[in-house]
Design a protein around this ligand. Structure first.
Ligand code: NDP
Length: 240
């Protein structure tokens, strides 16, 4: 799956799924740039020669600075993977304004901020691949996650609309919906919750960052010439 020489920006790549995606694209020969907020983990990327920028996806100025830094260093952006995301779970009737807003701002507005900043570069060059990391929760819903489900469903709608907007310029935009992936985000679940989720996964195991990275790799590669506006589950069959 050819990404050799392509310039890829991956948000939220300090750990978890984003880290796996960035590592896979780098191994495959792409020039990568990563973002996150954890300075120690960003430094680990810099030690590998990667452009690793401290940037909060909710901050328009920081996002624009990152995109500019990538263009200054590499002259272009071919691939954007919007992966940064958070949860702040709780029953809707008790959810604070802050927990609602922070999740929407990070998971949905963050995707808009990055896409708006990076798209001009892709439009000019009449090529590009964007993958937005949504979630099966945005498709199926989940009690205790109204804010997260709304943000991730929003990402799917955003992806479809943007795919139609930029298709004539050969920019392909897709959403990937992971199921239960073993990362820091899901480690907070109790053993009881883990067992219950595992019971519902037909493939009988939780996913890894690498499982998601393999799909993203294909979607952003030269081999993907005809898939756009789609929402593709990577969930071991959890939502069929
Ligand atoms: P982690 O919590 O392990 O990692 C989240 C990443 O997002 C970190 O690198 C974090 O970096 C970054 N991040 C969070 N908030 C911001 C922000 N405001 N600005 C910039 N970066 C930010 O999560 P996962 O790897 O599990 O999740 C990655 C994506 O996949 C998310 O969008 C998540 O919703 C989605 N997903 C995950 C599933 C799972 O089962 N794990 C299932 C379905 C979807 P830092 O802390 O350095 O800022």
């Amino acid at each position: 799956m050819d990404v050799v020489g392509k310039v890829a920006l991956v948000t939220g790549a300090t750990r978890g799924i984003g880290q796996a995606i960035a590592a896979r694209l780098k191994d495959a020969g792409a020039e990568i740039a990563v973002t996150g907020r954890d300075e120690v983990l960003l430094q680990a990327w810099r030690d590998q020669g990667v452009l690793a920028a401290a940037a909060d996806v909710t901050d328009v100025r920081q996002v624009e600075d990152v995109v500019q830094a990538v263009v200054e260093r590499y002259g272009q952006i071919d691939i954007v993977v919007n992966n940064a995301g958070i949860t702040k779970d709780g029953l809707m009737m008790r959810m604070s304004d802050a927990d609602w807003q922070r999740v929407i701002d990070t998971n949905l507005t963050g995707v808009f901020n990055i896409c708006r900043a990076a798209i001009r570069c892709m439009l000019r060059r009449r090529q590009g691949r964007i993958v937005n990391i949504s979630s099966v929760i945005g498709v199926a819903g989940n009690a205790g996650q109204t804010n997260y489900a709304a943000s991730k469903a929003g990402v799917i709608g955003f992806t479809k609309a943007l795919a139609k907007e930029v298709a004539s310029r050969n920019i392909l935009v897709n959403a990937v919906t992971p199921g239960y992936i073993d990362t820091e985000m899901t480690r907070a679940l109790t053993e009881e919750q883990r067992v219950e989720i595992l019971r519902r996964i037909p493939l009988g195991r939780t996913g890894t960052g690498e499982d998601v990275a393999a799909l993203v790799h294909f979607l952003v590669s030269e081999e993907n010439k005809y898939i756009t506006g789609q929402t593709i589950h990577c969930d071991g069959g959890l939502v069929i």
